[in-house]
Design a protein around this ligand. Structure first.
Ligand SMILES: [Zn+2]
Length: 322
């Protein structure tokens, strides 16, 4: 009897839990829809392509630390730049801000340039870019002048490319990096000591599989790097739309059409499992065949490795449920 009651309350909690998950997923879809509508409205007003505005906002969402989870947009102007030097009482009247040479502009027609209003902020950003022009090259120069960092410009440009291709920003599909209908095995090995190449830690997870097992992209992104590396052998690097760098090493070879600058999506075959590396180009067979999979996060200043294992577990589940 007791067992039964527990069983039912357990079921009830389980239902509640999955219900909240469904609700959360819906909220998430809503925020993507809301954002996309804002970006497209800004494009209508300024002719700056929406996918560039979206990519800048996305980049800011990844590099800023003090953001709320459900914050609609992440672009922020420093106060002085928004209100103008000398506008110390922070008057929001857009004509007064313009008089003080502030960047804040009124995007929704209420005559106020409010730094808390997403339409005003996006319109102000697009107007800032528009000072340079609206071609891709003009936008690149505007980005360079603002960020002064090659990787930031590069990441935003590539994210915009992905958004443009899929005509969407809600790109949450993922895949496991090794074809799951092949034999493979892996465990958490991030942070382990390494023998070859002096004192370094193992910056990834090794997925053991036979030669020739297809290696697939886990995310949407753009191929950033491809070729030989002393440790990694034939390797490939893909930066995703969240500014995370995914590193695939020891491949036996690449899929024919894979090249730097190319857009990939989850499940796209990149190459196959091998044992290349630990020597000059072509070196192979110094260890059992496996895919070394690494993930690196960038905060706008520097890049660091983090443990891919929990993500691999999650993507493996997603792949099996498909
Ligand atoms: Zn490894």
């Amino acid at each position: 009897m007791h067992v039964k009651r527990y069983y039912f309350s357990f079921l009830f909690i389980l239902c509640l839990f999955s219900f909240t998950q469904i609700v959360n997923a819906e909220d998430e879809d809503n925020i993507y829809d809301e954002r996309l509508a804002l970006y497209k409205k800004t494009e209508t007003l300024t002719q700056i392509p929406w996918y560039y505005i979206a990519a800048i906002d996305q980049y800011e969402r990844q590099v800023q630390k003090d953001l709320e989870d459900d914050q609609l947009i992440s672009i922020k102007f420093p106060e002085e730049s928004w209100f103008g030097v000398g506008n110390s009482s922070k008057v929001k009247d857009s004509r007064i801000i313009t008089m003080f040479d502030g960047k804040g502009k009124d995007g929704n027609g209420d005559n106020l340039a409010d730094p808390q209003d997403p339409e005003d902020v996006l319109y102000s950003l697009a107007s800032f870019i528009l000072e340079y022009g609206k071609t891709e090259d003009d936008i690149k120069i505007a980005l360079w002048n603002h960020y002064q960092r090659e990787l930031a410009v590069h990441t935003i440009k590539n994210t915009a490319k992905v958004f443009k291709k899929y005509q969407d920003i809600n790109l949450t599909k993922r895949d496991f990096p090794v074809a799951i209908n092949y034999n493979y095995s892996y465990r958490s090995t991030w942070g382990d000591g390494r023998g070859f190449g002096g004192r370094r830690i193992h910056e990834g997870t090794d997925i053991f599989a036979d030669y020739g097992t297809p290696v697939k992209s886990t995310t949407y992104g753009v191929v950033e790097l491809k070729g030989w590396n002393l440790y990694g052998g034939w390797r490939i690097g893909i930066r995703d739309i969240y500014n995370i760098y995914h590193y695939y090493a020891h491949l036996s070879g690449y899929e024919d059409d894979i090249k730097v600058g190319q857009i990939v999506e989850p499940g796209d075959v990149l190459g196959s499992v091998g044992s290349t590396g630990y020597g000059p180009p072509g070196t192979s067979g110094k260890f059992p065949p496996h895919l070394h999979y690494g993930m690196y996060k960038d905060n706008g200043y520097s890049e660091w490795s983090f443990d891919p294992y929990p993500y691999l577990k999650k993507w493996e589940r997603m792949a099996k449920n498909n």
